[in-house]
Structure formats: structure tokens, C-alpha cells
Design a protein around this ligand. Structure first.
Ligand SMILES: *Cc1c(COP(=O)(O)O)cnc(C)c1O
Length: 390
């Protein structure tokens, strides 16, 4: 059945044809607890009534018109992001990689427009910024870059959480620093608060742009609207995607007016960017995530889930050795191969996502309730028990 699909994926042998809240249903009727959320995307679960209504209403009015004309939904989306973050402006696009591409272009253009020859961007080992050529070049992970060379020039990389190395790598050609507040694909590795604060200070000292990739950490995932709020520092530019569309492909690059000062009409664009359907979905996500108490729910569920995951670690130390993460962006450190645990959970009806550093990510929809967490813990206990019997 998948023979005509280019062989870039190795999907599990299941076809889902319906979703409801935190559950996915396979064609054969089998029910799965979806704690992968399509890799941190379906933040309001499946078929959330408010999202379905917003998208259905928009689908009957207008699908697409392009940025040759004003798009009300896009203006509202950008204004709401500005009202709730450090940013003044937002560029709408369709994915995380595109959001980071825009961030990279914003940085280069910022300096070029000022007549400066700063263009290099500092990134960190273990980073993941997407699969386009520029974002691969930024991430520098061999497993993603192999065979796609030559990579794009202009990216330097040092160890994650190593402020001295970052400081030493800054030259008179450095334009910006790009970092994930928590490395997601890299293994749910949080940046130290002092590291993020130190990067902010370095950028201020050298006149560089600080750019956060919050494609995975954003939109409430860690219990704050954006994860950098935990560190009390703001960036100049930020890439978001994944959760912001709730399952509809949406990305955005946010920036201060000063950081985006080089971006004049014609300097960047996207045919689909700000598409009315996408904006209806994104605005509907914001309606829910910005509601009073929503982020408190994420923090509460996150703390409960993390404590219960520790119980799994305590019960099965030969299978899992620790818990990482914050809010509902959590991971189990595995002693077994992480993909074996993911497969075992899958067989037992729980979806999770492997990541670097041999961890298994647990990224439930942010609307998850205690009963779902307990159901997931029961499956995890059983899956670990089955693996430790071997
Ligand atoms: C997923 C992800 C991306 C890439 O997003 P796409 O929508 O797949 O292009 C970039 N950065 C981070 C931190 C991500 O988690």
C-alpha cells in the first residue's frame, strides 16, 4: 500500500482513520492512547469541537487568496502573538523548518541592511531545526546531513549548555545565536537557565540577535505559552510551528521590529503563508490555549505525569532509568533500546515517540486528564514488565 510513497519513512503497520480527544482509532477499531500527538502537534487532541467548528466555518467561506491581498485571519494571528509575546511582528508559513528559514533570513538581512558583513549563526550540538538545506546546515547532525552536501556556509556549532564555548566561538562575522530552550529531537535536553541568560547577555554585549527555536516547546507544551518564559529571558526572533495549528500545517517566525528591520516588501514570501484555513485553525488554537487556567492545567497534569513516570522508573530500573522534561514535554531515559520500548507500548495501545539520547518522548495532548495519565502509566508499567522478563 505504501509502495509509491518515497521511502523516507518506516511507518508502523497501522492506519488510523479517526481521532477523538486523546484517542486514535485504527481501521480495525483498535483504540490507542495518543501520547505522541503527531510529534507535539495535536495540542488540543483530535477533533476538538472548537477547532472543527472554526475550520468548517472557514472552509465554507474562503480557502486561499494569497498575500497579494490582505488576510484578516493572518492580521489577527500576528496581532495576538505580538500581544502575548516579546514580538512586534510575525511572518506566517507552513512548517517548523520554514519558520527557522525565515529566522535565518531575518538575521542575515538585519545586518546586511545595516551595511554590516555579519552573517554567521551559532548553533548547538544535538540541535534540530528542520530538514531544508539551511536548517540541516544549522543543525549539523551527521545522520540528517549525510549525502546531502555541500551544506550551506555560515553556521558554527559548539556544545549545548556550554556558555564559555559559545563565547569563544563569537567572531566579528557572527550575526545571531539559534537555540532550542529544550532540545526535543535531540533527546529532551533542557537548556540551563543560566545558559539561556548567558546567551542573552552575550548577544546584548556583541549586538547579536538571539533566536529561539520553539517549534516543539511552544504553544503551552511546557506549561508556559513559550518555554523561554521559564528562564526569564526574551529572544529577538522566534520560530514556532507544530502545536500552533493543532494539526493543521502552520508555522510562524516572530520578531521584534528592530530584528526584522531588514525585511522590506519583496524580501521574503510564501504562497501558502497566512492561508485563511491555516489562520482559522491557528486562531482557534490560540482561543483555547490563551483561556484562563489552560496553562495551569498543563503544569498540573505535567507535574502529576512526571511523578507517576518516576514510579515507573522506580518499579522497572532495568528498563528505564530516569525522567526528563517539563510540563507535558516529558521523556523516559531508557536502559533498553528506546525503539523497543516504543514498540512494546504501541503493541499495548500507547503511542509515544523516540528521540536522541535513547529516550522515549511522551507528548500527550495538552487537554489530557488524570484518568488518561493513569491509563498511560498502567500501559507503561505493563510494557516495562514485559521487556524486563526477556
Ligand atoms: C519539528 C521541529 C522542527 C521542524 O519542523 P517541521 O514542521 O518538520 O519542518 C524544527 N525545530 C524543532 C525544534 C522541531 O521540533
Amino acid at each position: 500500500m505504501t509502495q509509491s510513497v518515497m521511502k523516507t519513512y518506516a511507518p508502523a503497520d497501522v492506519v488510523f482513520d479517526k481521532g477523538e480527544g486523546v484517542f486514535l482509532f485504527a481501521e480495525d477499531g483498535k483504540r490507542f492512547l495518543d501520547f505522541g500527538a503527531g510529534v507535539a502537534v495535536t495540542c488540543l487532541g483530535h477533533a476538538h469541537p472548537h477547532l472543527v467548528a472554526a475550520l468548517t466555518e472557514q472552509a465554507q467561506k474562503l480557502w486561499h487568496c494569497s498575500n497579494l491581498y490582505k488576510i484578516k485571519g493572518q492580521e489577527r494571528f500576528a496581532r495576538r502573538l505580538a500581544e502575548n509575546t516579546f514580538a512586534d511582528v510575525a511572518f506566517s508559513c507552513n512548517s517548523g523548518a520554514e519558520a527557522n528559514e525565515c529566522a535565518i533570513k531575518v538575521a542575515r538581512k538585519h545586518f546586511a541592511a545595516k551595511g554590516s558583513d555579519r552573517y554567521r549563526i551559532l548553533t548547538f550540538a544535538g540541535a534540530f531545526h528542520g530538514r531544508t538545506m539551511a536548517t540541516l546546515s544549522a543543525g549539523k547532525q551527521a545522520k540528517h546531513c549525510d549525502g546531502f552536501g555541500p551544506m550551506l556556509d555560515g553556521f558554527d556549532q559548539v556544545a549545548f549548555n556550554d556558555l564559555d564555548a559559545a563565547k569563544a566561538a563569537i567572531t566579528d562575522k557572527t550575526a545571531a545565536i539559534l537555540v532550542e530552550p529544550v532540545q526535543g529531537e535531540g533527546g529532551m535536553r533542557p537548556a540551563d537557565v543560566a545558559f539561556l541568560q548567558g546567551l542573552r547577555a552575550l548577544c546584548d554585549e556583541h549586538g547579536l540577535l538571539l533566536m529561539f527555536d520553539e517549534v516543539q516547546t511552544g504553544v503551552g507544551r511546557t506549561g508556559k505559552l513559550f518555554a523561554h518564559e521559564w528562564a526569564g529571558v526574551t529572544p529577538d526572533v522566534m520560530a514556532i510551528a507544530k502545536g500552533i495549528g493543532g494539526g493543521f500545517p502552520v508555522g510562524a517566525c516572530l520578531a521584534t521590529n528592530e530584528a526584522a528591520s531588514g525585511m522590506a516588501p519583496g524580501s521574503h514570501g510564501s504562497t501558502y503563508g497566512g492561508n485563511p484555513l491555516a489562520m482559522a485553525a491557528a486562531n482557534a488554537v490560540l482561543d483555547v490555549v490563551l483561556e484562563d487556567g489552560f496553562l495551569d492545567h498543563v503544569s498540573k497534569m505535567g507535574a502529576l505525569f512526571k511523578a507517576r513516570l518516576q514510579d515507573v522508573v522506580d518499579a522497572h530500573p532495568t528498563v528505564v532509568t530516569g525522567v526528563r522534561g517539563r510540563g507535558l514535554m516529558l521523556a523516559l531515559e531508557c536502559k533498553v533500546t528506546n525503539t523497543d520500548l516504543v514498540a512494546k507500548c504501541f503493541a499495548n495501545g500507547l503511542l509515544a515517540v523516540p528521540a536522541g539520547d535513547n529516550v522515549m518522548r511522551l507528548l500527550p495532548p495538552l487537554v489530557v486528564q488524570e484518568e488518561h495519565i493513569e491509563a498511560a502509566i498502567a500501559i507503561l508499567m505493563r510494557s516495562c514488565a514485559e521487556l524486563s522478563e526477556k
